[in-house]
Design a protein around this ligand. Structure first.
Ligand code: HEC
Ligand code: HEC
Length: 153
């Protein structure tokens, strides 16, 4: 009876502790952190993208659009935490269209650009149009001193 109780307690402890152990890993600095689950709903980004590259990509979107994760990712109504795999937020699918567009601009068109052009000009990014805004701002041509050909030339 006694050893049965001990087994029950041991099993309960294992169940309580194991999920934490499975979710925590040491990173290169030896710090403990919670590991995100493997992505389950990637339709455009490479399915084998590393967790590090995925998060770096997401931070890039945040900076390019001047938004937080929640601009594209819906909240789970029960847990009130962001459910990254969910497609409930329509901005996420808009972003997918944008990712496809930028990939196509780069691989189909800018790949053939003049090699003398600066490297960053031959690579379109979200920031190329968005410039830190949710909606790309209208282009306003800088004021010029003169219009038309200069009379002295
Ligand atoms: C501009 C919109 C946008 C922003 C901002 C954004 N994401 Fe995403 N995120 C996406 C899109 C689109 C996908 C799906 C990509 C695909 O289908 O290949 C995605 C996918 C993910 C996934 C994979 C989910 C799965 O299981 O498939 C994670 C995790 C994630 N994002 C985390 C984040 C975090 C963390 C932030 C904030 C730091 C963030 N995202 C900000 C658009 C965004
Ligand atoms: C060639 C210019 C261009 C590039 C590059 C671009 N976008 Fe956009 N984006 C737009 C335009 C124009 C709109 C507004 C029209 C629309 O919503 O479809 C927009 C709208 C959006 C919206 C919806 C914003 C809202 O408030 O409804 C999201 C999200 C978005 N873009 C994400 C991205 C992401 C992520 C990237 C990079 C992968 C990107 N865009 C690259 C032009 C661009």
């Amino acid at each position: 009876m006694r050893s049965y109780a001990a087994h029950v307690i041991a099993a309960a402890l294992l169940i309580a502790v194991f999920p934490l152990a499975a979710q925590t890993t040491a990173n290169s600095n030896g710090q403990r952190h919670r590991e995100r689950p493997r992505p389950s709903n990637l339709q455009v980004l490479p399915k084998d993208i590393s967790a590090q590259d995925l998060i770096a990509t997401m931070h890039g979107y945040e900076h390019a659009l001047g938004v937080e994760c929640s601009f594209c990712h819906a909240q789970n109504p029960q847990t009130h935490r962001l459910d990254f795999a969910s497609d409930a937020n329509p901005h996420k699918n808009t972003a997918r269209t944008m990712i496809r567009m930028v990939n196509e601009i780069n691989t189909k068109y800018l790949a053939t650009a003049d090699e003398d052009a600066p490297a960053d000009a031959r690579q379109a990014t979200c920031g190329t149009c968005h410039r830190g805004n949710k909606m790309p701002p209208p282009f306003v041509a800088p004021a010029r001193e003169e219009h038309g050909p200069s009379p002295s030339k």
